[in-house]
Ligand binder design. Structure first.
Ligand code: ADP
Ligand code: MG
Length: 339
């Protein structure tokens, strides 16, 4: 008969880590979101070899108190919620307390952190969930995480990574979205020693779009600004001529979180029907503000998906909003495209 045994903590940690950390870009996403939650105004992301061997994220946020540092690496430890009721009104990007423990289970992590009020900081090293050192050191205010050799102890995972070039591209794409999600934060991205992006953090969405997508796109934007009973939305959609063959030009942010939503994409794409060829997708950068009680962000460990409590109304209102923008009298296409 097969024997039932409880898995070792190490195995449990590695399995759980797989849900949060799929590739280097997942590490970047989690650590940058932590930086934003720590109210950083400047975040630097540095990678080598597509993030497979080296990721360093530096922020000027609130830092972690010395005695709290080991706690932060425990599974389900978080400073962001206290009870299940808090899930109804999530205002932070994180809340599951899984990222640091997951990352530390499958890589070699070095953390340097100092709070504003402490005189000295902490350097903490943890590898494969094992604490290697914990020292008091001089450090600037804020937090730096260095993540080396992702999946060094989980070869099966490592095998599924793509080339350094491709992994680096995922990260670069993600950082663009994270920068767009928080126009008030200055982001710097360095890959293999070269600065690839540096945003000002001046809170201007259009400047950011210019910085990331260039002049031609910026010249073809239509502003969106609407208030409905379910959400308010602002941002930009592109004129139909700047369409693309995939969804990489669509960005949706809800309450400061970059998300992917089939529902929102469908509503926007439907609104373009008649303006755009089939199998083309529009450009959009849309910022939604929504009552947290109408949202469930706790659908998946990566928190990229979410549920609305009222799908149909959200769909309808967004469709109508975008349709109104596209059919505005100052913007009637000379010849609508045939389906
Ligand atoms: P979560 O973000 O869901 O709370 P994490 O595992 O990502 O869980 O982080 C655990 C805790 O560590 C956070 O709740 C926060 O208190 C602290 N922390 C992590 N990163 C930072 C950071 N860059 N600056 C300040 N505190 C941080
Ligand atoms: Mg987090």
């Amino acid at each position: 008969m097969p024997q039932i045994t409880l898995l070792s903590q190490e195995t449990i940690d590695k399995i759980a880590a797989g849900e949060v950390v799929e590739r280097p870009s997942s590490v970047v996403k989690e650590l940058v979101e932590n930086a934003i939650d720590a109210r950083a105004t400047a975040v630097t992301v540095e990678i080598k070899e597509g993030g497979t061997t080296f990721v360093r994220i530096t922020d000027n946020g609130c830092g972690i108190e010395r005695e709290q540092v080991p706690l932060a690496f425990l599974r389900h430890s978080t400073s962001k919620i206290k009870s299940v009721e808090d899930l109804l009104c999530i205002h932070s990007l994180g809340f599951r307390g899984e990222a640091l423990s997951s990352i530390a289970a499958v890589s070699q992590v070095e953390l340097i952190t100092k709070t504003y009020s402490d005189l000295t900081g902490t350097r903490y090293v943890i590898e494969g969930s094992r604490e290697m050192s914990n020292d008091e050191i001089g450090a600037p205010d804020g937090t730096t995480f260095i993540v080396r050799n992702l999946f060094y102890n989980t070869p099966a995972r490592k095998k599924f990574l793509k080339t350094a070039q491709t992994e680096g591209n995922y990260i670069s794409d993600l950082i663009e979205r994270l920068a767009l999600s928080h126009p008030d934060v200055s982001f710097k991205f360095i890959s293999n020693g070269q600065t690839k992006m540096h945003t000002s953090g001046n809170s201007n969405e259009k400047d950011l779009i210019y910085h990331i997508y260039g002049r031609d796109i910026t010249a073809a934007l239509l502003p969106v600004c609407a208030e409905t009973e379910y959400f308010s939305v602002k941002g930009f959609v592109g004129k139909p001529m700047i369409s693309r063959g995939n969804r990489s030009y669509e960005s949706y942010f809800i309450n400061g979180r970059y998300i992917k939503s089939a529902l929102l994409s469908k509503a926007v794409e439907e609104a373009y029907k008649g303006f755009m060829m089939q199998h083309q997708y529009p450009f959009c950068v849309l910022y939604f503000t929504m009552d947290t009680e109408l949202l469930d962000v706790n659908v998946h460990p990566t928190k990229m998906e979410l549920r609305f409590s009222n799908n149909e109304e959200v769909y309808r209102k967004l469709y109508q909003t975008i349709r109104d923008v596209l059919t505005h009298k100052e913007f009637i296409p000379a010849v609508p495209v045939e389906e």
